[in-house]
Structures are given as C-alpha cells and as structure tokens.
Design a protein around this ligand. Structure first.
Ligand SMILES: Cc1cc2nc3c(=O)[nH]c(=O)nc-3n(C[C@H](O)[C@H](O)[C@H](O)COP(=O)(O)OP(=O)(O)OC[C@H]3O[C@@H](n4cnc5c(N)ncnc54)[C@H](O)[C@@H]3O)c2cc1C
Length: 485
C-alpha cells in the first residue's frame, strides 16, 4: 500500500511513545497524526520552572526494575541525563508519629511482621504476626480488595498506616477499593501457587534479605535532569510527530477502508466537525474518553472501559526560602496516612530527594493531594489549596516560611482505579479490540499506571498496527486528506 496514515489519539506518554514506535517501524513516509485534546503534550508528564529549577508536577520518576522506560530513554539518546534519587530515605506519618518507611515490603505488605514492627502498636504487630495462622480461602484466579482482605486477616493497622498511604501514592486510590490482582499481581500469583498466607506470599516475591554491608543498593527509580518533559520533547522530535493540539476526538467510526475520526469539542457548538480518515488508529486516552469513543464502533469494549473509574488529584509545588531547609527532616519526603486529618497525602522534599532539584537560593517541596472518593479535598481554589498545603507542612515540619513562588497542577481523572476484577474488564476490552482490524489501545487503563507499563502498551499497540498495515495488500484507504467539512 502507499504511505499509510495512522491517527494516534492522546498526547500523553502512551500516545507519544506509540507515535514514536510507529515511526521507527513504518519509516519516514508514513503519516502519523497525533491528536491531543488539550493545548499541551505530555498528559500526566509536565515540568515547570519553579524558583529557577525544573520541577515535575505530574509523574516525577520511573521504576527501573521494569526495563521499558529506561530502554526508551537510552534509545532516544537521553541516557546521559538519567539520574537517581539521593540516598536519603522516605518517611511515613501514621498513628501521630513520623517514622522511616519500611523497605522490605510489596506496596506495604511485608514478608514478616518484624519488618514493619516500628510502625505498628504491639497489638498491631501481634495481629499481623498471627496472619499466617488464619485459614486462607483463596481460589486460583480470584480477586479481592487489598484492604478488605488484609483487614480481615491481620487487623486495620497495617492497612491504615502503610498499605493505604502507599497505594494512595501510586493510584490516588484507597486500599479498600483497589484489587489485589492488578495492584499486587506477584502476590496474587503467589497465592494462586499455594502460598498459605499474605505474609508468605509477600515473602515469596520479595528479594532475599541483603546481608549487612552488602554495598550500595541498585537504584529503584530514575528520572531525567531537566524533568520528564525532556522525554516528551525527545519523543516528538525523534518520532517526527506533527501534533494537532486543542482538538479532542469526539467520535470514531469504521469506514469500508479504515476509520473516520471527528475532531473538535462538542462545546464549540453544533457546527459540522472536522473529519479525518485514517488507515489505522491508536487510542491512548483515559477510560472516560475511551468509553465515549468506542461506544459506536465497539459497544462491548466501551462497556468494559466504562467499568474503570478514575481518580483526581493535585500537585502543589512550593519554592521556599533556603533558610527553611534547616527545619526540614532528614528525609526525602513523607507519606501521610488518611487518618492523620491532614489535606495532603504526601510531601516530597524535592531539594533533598533529587540532586538536580537542589538550588543555592530555594528549597523545593512538592505536595500531593486527592484520593478516589475524596473530591472534597480538591474542591478549593488554588489559593485555598496552597494555604492547606502550607498548614500541613507547618504541622509536619514546623516550617512556616512563606513560599517565594508556587504552582498548583490539577489532574482531573488523572489515575484509573484498578478495582477488583480490573483485569477481567481489561481482558474484555482487549478481546473486542483484537477483533477489530486497524485499531489498537495503549495507556494507563490497561496493564499498570506507571510509565514503564504505559510505554509497554504503546509499544505493543504500535507493533500491532505496523503488523496490520504491512500485512495489508489492499490499496490505501480512499481519502481526500483532512476533510474540513
Ligand atoms: C500527579 C501524578 C503523578 C504521577 N507520578 C508518577 C510517577 O512518579 N511515576 C510513574 O511511573 N507514574 C506516575 N504517574 C502515573 C503516570 O504518569 C500515568 O499513568 C501516565 O503518564 C499516563 O499516561 P497516558 O498517556 O496513558 O495518559 P495521560 O497522561 O492521561 O494522557 C492522555 C492524553 O489524552 C488526552 N485526551 C483525552 N481525551 C481525548 C480525546 N477525546 N481526544 C484527544 N485527546 C484526548 C488527554 O488530554 C491527555 O493528554 C502519576 C500520575 C499522576 C496524575
């Protein structure tokens, strides 16, 4: 076929990585149109300059244990800009105390009660230590809410003081509503394979205990000096992507030769929308948009996407006078349990955690707020949100200095909620799409919200589309270019 046209919908990391991978697979002649509903690329990746320093106010780092993000960074020639957190450790605020975050856990679930003993009361430790003696009813393949399962078997303290704050950090969700199989898949698999308790399952998947003095541990996270917008810019350049911004795709339909997209917000009025015909489409949009776009061509897939709820959150960046650093605890940040009656769910002491966020003049601090079902916390204007963050910082550290500069970034519907049964919803979604030629999905709704998982879905989507297009013998879709009718 002559040069194909592929429409990639959504300009977050998933859409950008898919567009880039399509370019490497299809070559320079392919027309790759990236359509983004908002006026900026990056989705949940956004770097701002605060106090003269680059600060990420969306995602700030990627996991290195999975290879996809690191490999992409290297492939794009950005390896020299890769950096890791300083060795300063994080803390957690729970039960009215701020303590070091236990290190040997799977998202807060330890292999032994002793590994989290400092954080729990004596009764809490005893209850957790007895968890392996509670008979476990677990059918291979089943799912359960993480919090519910743990509370039933080991009491409330571990959930409230550690698991919930950690899951809140990753998913902006609550342990009682998130599913074990999607959020702790290795633990669910260990239970499938016969682990007799949650502690035993966690112990089976955790790395073996390091002997003392075993050298500096391998870094778990990486990011880019200059912020993750560097990755966004590199993907646009290397993918030779010509994005169309401010154009939400409002409808998708099959045509005899491919797909037709309608572009432009309904809010712009009843005028006839711009149309774009494409040989193939990658949808890399959050669950609500996916549900709407698939409603007409694939109602079953749309219904499956509709089963995934989303949570909103916000990040507030503060540039404080450097004198504030004297009062800052010797930690990279603090996770906050929801029982602490504070607005924030975490502070990152960015100037401590990242060498590249250190400045001679300012101390950068980043606060995160918002959990699923707690929209109330975010129902404040920016000035009120800033004051709430300052009050919480004062309560936790004693720092009352007025910020020299600040930024509020809101992430409406920013994170999909992996509820029990999430993998079934995704399997149904993918089954419907797999039967639909020239259509592929990517994004955080599918197989993990972290950047490596999103990049993996983008790669798979691009390969599926490239395979389809190169295997196609039919002539290119009959199209007259963008039809601005
Ligand atoms: C505050 C925050 C902090 C995070 N921190 C980390 C972290 O440190 N490490 C980590 O690995 N992960 C982190 N995550 C998760 C990770 O950033 C996201 O899961 C990931 O970036 C999602 O990428 P995506 O491309 O799938 O979706 P998004 O980034 O949501 O991008 C989707 C894009 O689609 C566009 N869109 C929506 N509807 C339409 C439409 N109809 N037409 C056209 N365009 C449309 C949107 O405007 C958006 O730009 C964080 C997430 C948030 C919100």
């Amino acid at each position: 076929m002559s040069s194909p046209r592929v429409a990639v919908v959504g300009g977050g990391i998933s859409g950008l990585a898919a567009a880039y991978r399509l370019r490497t697979l299809l070559g320079p002649a392919a027309e790759i149109v990236l359509i983004e509903g908002s006026r900026r690329l990056g989705g949940a990746l956004r770097t701002v300059e605060l106090g003269g320093v680059a600060l990420d106010v969306g995602a700030e780092a990627f996991l290195l244990r999975r290879l996809e993000a690191h490999a992409l960074v290297e492939e794009l020639g950005l390896g020299g800009q890769l950096t890791h957190p300083t060795p300063v450790a994080p803390t957690v605020r729970a039960g009215g105390r701020t303590l070091p975050l236990p290190t040997r856990t799977v998202l807060g679930l330890p292999g032994a009660a002793a590994d989290v003993a400092g954080l729990l009361s004596a009764q809490g430790v005893a209850r957790l230590a007895a968890e392996p003696t509670v008979p476990l009813r677990w059918d291979p393949g089943q799912d359960a809410a993480v919090g519910m399962l743990l509370r039933e078997r080991a009491g409330d303290e571990l959930v409230d003081r550690l698991v919930d704050p950690l899951l809140g950090g990753v998913y902006a969700g609550r342990a009682d509503a998130l599913g074990l199989r999607a959020t702790l898949p290795a633990v669910a698999a260990a239970l499938d394979q016969g682990a007799g308790s949650l502690l035993a399952a966690a112990d089976a998947v955790l790395p073996s205990r390091q002997p003392a003095g075993g050298g500096r541990p391998t870094p778990v996270f990486g990011t880019l000096r200059g912020g993750l917008s560097v990755l966004v810019d590199a993907l646009v350049a290397a993918g030779a992507v010509h994005p169309r911004l401010g154009l939400p795709v409002r409808a998708l339909a099959r045509t005899p030769h491919g797909w037709r997209l309608e572009l432009g917000s309904h809010r712009l009025g009843p005028g006839r929308p711009e149309r774009l015909d494409a040989d193939a489409v990658v949808l890399a949009v959050p669950a609500p948009a996916l549900r709407r776009l698939l409603a007409d061509p694939l109602p079953g897939a749309s219904a499956a996407a509709g089963r995934v709820e989303v949570a909103s959150c916000a990040v507030v960046g503060l540039a404080l006078p450097l004198s504030a650093a004297q009062a800052l605890p010797a930690a990279s940040g603090v996770l906050v349990a929801s029982s602490e009656s504070l607005s924030v769910k975490a502070f990152t002491f960015s100037g401590r955690k990242w060498a590249h966020a250190r400045s001679e003049q300012m101390l950068l601090v980043r606060a995160s707020l918002g959990r699923h079902g707690e929209a109330r916390v975010l129902h404040r204007d920016d000035a009120e949100l800033l004051e709430a963050v300052r009050a919480d910082l004062a309560a936790l550290t004693g720092i009352t200095a007025r910020p020299v500069d600040s930024v509020v970034a809101r992430w409406g519907g920013g994170l999909p909620q992996y509820a029990p049964g999430h993998l079934d919803a995704v399997a149904a979604l993918e089954r419907h799409v797999a039967a639909s030629a020239g259509l592929a999905l990517a994004g955080a709704i599918l197989h993990g919200v972290g950047l490596p998982a999103c990049i993996a879905t983008a790669d798979a989507a691009a390969r599926r589309i490239a395979g389809y297009l190169t295997g196609l013998n039919a002539p290119a879709a009959a199209r007259g270019g963008t039809m601005g009718s």
